[in-house]
Design a protein. Structure first.
Length: 728
């Protein structure tokens, strides 16, 4: 890069006006950590999740996040005690390359440190993301940061175990999880020495109350554990200055390079230092990695032996486990032939078809297979001649030897004819160039009105000509193209019927279902018209609008709000309050629906922690960690996002026209219609063909009556006391 060209910074001032300023001056005068995104994160088609808002425990505000990879890196920086501010895409850098062309780049995030310096970073999903353009921009941005004493990084994805542990602890980052002041002091006191997680929690008090405080202390580094290993109830937790073996083996790397480095280490830009030869000694259960100065460091043997790079010098490599379970997946004829081969192989090796100690081991060894009289090669030749005579086909001694060695290595799985176990390809033996053309034609058709399969054929042939030239690729037959299109197209792309297109990745892989490990980790919210006519305050009969929040972990309806007209931002704020406050049980409800009578709940322990639970309905009470919404106006409004920010809730909008990204709440609406609405007077059905002629005459409930007790009582009944959870 031409160092004399200089850098310019483009950013938004406090009133939202675009400002362009010399980079060196802006870095000193502008608080970029408080700046809004200079440009919005793009919504990339084919991805399940798009841009969202991550609630930062460091700043107490939302930080724009463009991808899951960026959200993971935000967790790492949000947990760093040296970080004082975070921002997503706060500045655009401009510069001229050696040819005088203007180039620009917007780093994905900025982290401000306590010493006044900052880190600009990008968060690619893999090392080559963005191609040469991104790598070239990385070198330029790194130079710009070096000029002012800052750092730039391309932060690569974390190890799966570390990412999962950080995600778990991030659910307890909000100050409300610290509990009362005396609780945190008791937690720190309980872990003054390393001890198992659950043991220390029980020593500090009731685990229901203490465990959130322990995880909160781990997030804020008041306690320490090895986050490179899976968290569980027996994991060792110690004081803040205590580190286990793998977490202590770190080294610092320069901060001002543009080279990729995985985040998550101790300190800025730290990368793990690999283990080398280890000598054991000292107390039982410890090892000592030798240092260059001859000293050593005690390491728990469990962490040492669990490390993927640990090996015992001179030990024989363990043999691979036989594929017993896979044998049952083979066709029956192939299994029978493998079992027949097993008897012959055993007879070649030891002289008895049942093998030593097996069924048939008491029989007489046939003379041509007696190990005492014939060599192994002679026995293999005799078996080849016998199998040929028995109708196995032309079997040579080499074939018998190959089957014998395969049986010794893989058991019965090695004796199978693996042509019968290979997975069939959806494209068969079709030309790969034709397959690529079909995929490209389907990609171009997405998002447009569906036509016939036959209408794709001219486009496929045109793609083949453009890519390979006229006549280079033989024209496939219509039958081949029909088969390829049918096998490669998604269900919604075929003109067979009105099927809603299911979102998938760009290469056609289906998305995995949404998962959550604890109540409140992810809550899906949506709004729809209820299929019931209600009497409004002005005397009109109309369908009220229902907004619900469904917990992904328990599938429980946390809150439901009915509105006579269109739902407004204030109604969504009411929905958040409904989730966070226990619902009082109605006097007419049966005892099973009361918190204090639910046999599956420790009511006395819960009521001791929150007196509001006394006499409450057996419904979950949870403040969500992340709320998943669509891009409706009320859910992306400033009022709703401000309410979520105040409560410490992250907001994750789904991509446009992707209802299956929040399929759990969408399916819950169908359940409400089937189990609740159709039993009410004034039920309209899902469409006009299912509507009765006198529906308006049957309607008799007002919106308030539908809300309480009808909807609230039904939600408590269907949620059930087994799904109720304590406040978090």
């Amino acid at each position: 890069m031409d160092s004399g060209s200089g850098f310019e910074a483009v950013f938004l001032d406090p009133v939202g006006q675009i400002v362009q300023q010399r980079w060196a001056d802006a870095a000193v005068t502008v608080a970029f950590e408080d700046s809004p995104p200079v440009s919005a994160f793009p919504v990339v088609p084919g991805r399940r999740w798009g841009p969202g808002l991550w609630w930062s425990a460091t700043t107490g505000r939302h930080v724009a996040a463009g991808s899951n990879a960026m959200r993971t890196q935000l967790m790492v920086l949000d947990r760093d005690p040296d970080v004082t501010g975070l921002a997503g895409r706060p500045v655009r850098l401009l510069w001229r390359n050696p040819r005088g062309q203007v180039r620009s780049w917007v780093p994905q995030l900025l982290a401000r440190y306590t010493d006044g310096t900052a880190l600009l970073a990008d968060c690619p999903s893999h090392p080559d993301a963005g191609g040469e353009h991104a790598l070239g921009a990385a070198h330029a941005v790194a130079q710009a940061c070096r000029d002012i004493g800052w750092a730039y990084r391309r932060l690569l994805p974390l190890d799966d175990a570390l990412a999962a542990n950080l995600k778990w602890l991030a659910g307890y980052r909000h100050p409300r999880n610290a509990g009362h002041p005396n609780l945190m002091a008791a937690v720190v006191e309980a872990f003054t020495r390393p001890r198992p997680l659950l043991e220390g929690a029980e020593a500090a008090g009731d685990p229901i109350e203490v465990l959130p405080a322990v995880f909160h202390a781990l997030w804020h580094r008041r306690l320490a554990t090895d986050l490179d290993a899976q968290l569980h109830e027996r994991v060792l937790v110690g004081p803040e200055d205590w580190r286990t073996g793998a977490a202590r083996a770190r080294r610092e790397v320069p901060d001002d390079s543009g080279a990729p480095c995985p985040a998550g280490g101790e300190g800025r830009g730290a990368c793990p230092l690999p283990w080398h030869e280890v000598a054991s000694g000292g107390p039982v259960g410890t090892g000592h990695p030798p240092r260059p100065d001859g000293g050593g460091e005690a390491v728990l043997a469990g962490h040492l032996f669990a490390d993927p790079g640990f090996t015992v010098i001179g030990a024989a490599a363990p043999q691979a486990a036989p594929q017993w379970g896979l044998f049952e997946t083979a066709p029956a004829a192939a299994r029978e032939k493998a079992l027949a081969w097993q008897r012959h192989v055993r007879e070649v090796e030891c002289g008895l078809p049942g093998g030593p100690g097996g069924p048939g081991s008491e029989g007489v060894v046939r003379e041509q297979y007696d190990p005492a009289q014939h060599t192994l090669a002679e026995r293999e030749q005799a078996k080849a001649e016998e199998l040929t005579a028995l109708g196995f086909g032309r079997v040579s001694r080499t074939t018998v030897q190959r089957m014998r060695l395969a049986y010794r290595k893989q058991g019965l799985w090695g004796l199978l004819d693996h042509r019968t176990t290979r997975a069939s390809s959806p494209t068969g033996r079709a030309d790969e160039r034709v397959v690529a053309a079909v995929r490209e034609a389907l990609r171009r058709r997405r998002g447009r009105s569906k036509g016939t399969i036959n209408g794709l054929f001219p486009l496929i042939n045109q793609i083949l000509q453009d890519r390979h030239g006229l006549g280079t690729v033989p024209a496939p037959s219509q039958a081949t193209l029909y088969r390829l299109v049918t096998n490669l197209a998604r269900p919604g792309e075929l003109p067979s019927g009105p099927v809603r297109q299911v979102p998938a990745s760009m290469d056609g892989r289906a998305f995995t279902p949404a998962t959550a490990l604890r109540p409140g980790e992810q809550v899906q919210v949506d709004t729809t018209r209820l299929d019931v006519l209600a009497l409004f305050d002005d005397g009109r009969l109309a369908r009220p609008e229902l907004t619900i929040a469904v917990d992904v972990a328990t599938r429980a309806i946390l809150a439901a709000v009915l509105c006579p007209s269109a739902t407004k931002a204030v109604d969504t704020a009411l929905l958040l309050a409904e989730m966070a406050v226990p619902h009082p049980a109605r006097p007419t409800w049966p005892d099973i629906l009361r918190m204090d009578h639910a046999p599956a709940l420790p009511h006395q322990r819960l009521a001791a922690l929150d007196e509001r639970l006394a006499g409450a309905a057996a419904r979950p009470v949870a403040l969500p960690e992340t709320i998943v919404v669509d891009r409706g106006k009320i859910f992306v409004s400033a009022a709703f996002t401000a309410a979520c920010e105040h409560l410490g809730i992250s907001v994750q909008p789904t991509p446009p026209r992707a209802p299956t990204a929040k399929g759990i709440v969408e399916r819950t609406f169908g359940t409400i219609n089937a189990l609740f609405c159709q039993h009410l007077p004034g039920y309209t059905g899902s469409d006009v063909t299912r509507r009765g002629p006198d529906t308006e005459k049957d309607a008799c409930y007002s919106v308030a009556q539908l809300q309480d007790p009808s909807m609230n009582g039904w939600c408590t009944t269907t949620t059930g006391p087994t799904k109720a959870c304590a406040t978090r």
